[in-house]
Design a protein around this ligand. Structure first.
Ligand code: URA
Ligand code: SF4
Length: 190
C-alpha cells in the first residue's frame, strides 16, 4: 500500500505495534528500518537478530559492526543511507523468516522503498535476494546489478557470513567498492 502522505515515521509507529504475523509473539522489540529518508542507497538484510531485538534497531550486533566497518572502509556513511530488513521482528533462534511472514511484512518494506525512493537497493544475502528478486544463489550472483520493474538492485553477501568465514570480508568490501564506483559513474551522490 502506498499513500501519498505516508512517512517513515508513520511506518515506524505501525511496525512497533504490529501483530500481523506470528513473529510478534516472541519479540522484545520490533525493528523498523532506520536512516536517511532521502537516501540514495538502501540496504536490505534478512531479519533482526538478538541485539537488534533488544535495541529495536537494525544491524547493531556483530553483523552490524562488520557492516559498519566495511561501509567505513569504502567511504559510505551509514547515516546517509537507509538500512532495513525483509521482516521487522526477530524469528525464534534466528531461523530464516517463513514465506507467510515475509509476505505479511512486505507492506512495510514496499512503503519504505516507495518513500525513500533509493537510486540503488543493495540486497544483503540470500534471504533478501530470494524475497526481492526470486534469486537463489547469492554467491553466484554477488557483485552484480539487476534492473527489475524500474528499480536498480545490487547484490552482495550478508555481513553475518563473514562471522563464519573471515575471507568473505574482502568480498563484501570489493562489492561495496563496485557499488560506490557505479554511484560515481551514474552521478548518484552517496
Ligand atoms: N542481520 C540482519 O539481517 N539484519 C539485522 O538487522 C541484523 C542482522
Ligand atoms: Fe508485523 Fe513484520 Fe513483525 Fe510480522 S515481522 S509482526 S508483519 S512487523
Amino acid at each position: 500500500m502506498s499513500r501519498s502522505n505516508d512517512t517513515i515515521d508513520r511506518i515506524r509507529d505501525e511496525v512497533i505495534k504490529c501483530k500481523l504475523c506470528n513473529l510478534c509473539t516472541n519479540r522484545t522489540n520490533a525493528v523498523p528500518g532506520e536512516g536517511n529518508s532521502k537516501a540514495t542507497i538502501m540496504f536490505i538484510g534478512e531479519a533482526p537478530g538478538r541485539n537488534e531485538d533488544e535495541k529495536g534497531r537494525p544491524f547493531v550486533g556483530i553483523a552490524g559492526k562488520i557492516l559498519d566497518e566495511c561501509l567505513d572502509n569504502v567511504g559510505i556513511v551509514r547515516a546517509r543511507t537507509y538500512v532495513t530488513n525483509i521482516v521487522k521482528c526477530r524469528p525464534p533462534n534466528n531461523r530464516v523468516p517463513k514465506d507467510d511472514e515475509r509476505r505479511l511484512c512486505n507492506n512495510y518494506l514496499e512503503r519504505e522503498i516507495s518513500i525513500v525512493s533509493p537510486k540503488i537497493i543493495c540486497i544483503l544475502g540470500r534471504t533478501a535476494y530470494h524475497s526481492m528478486l526470486g534469486g537463489a544463489s547469492i554467491l553466484g550472483n554477488r557483485g552484480k546489478f539487476v534492473e527489475r520493474d524500474g528499480r536498480l538492485f545490487f547484490l552482495t553477501i550478508h555481513p553475518a557470513a563473514i562471522i563464519y568465514n573471515n575471507k568473505l570480508r574482502d568480498t563484501l568490501e570489493k562489492d561495496l567498492r563496485t557499488l560506490v564506483a557505479e554511484c560515481s559513474r551514474l552521478d548518484i551522490p552517496i
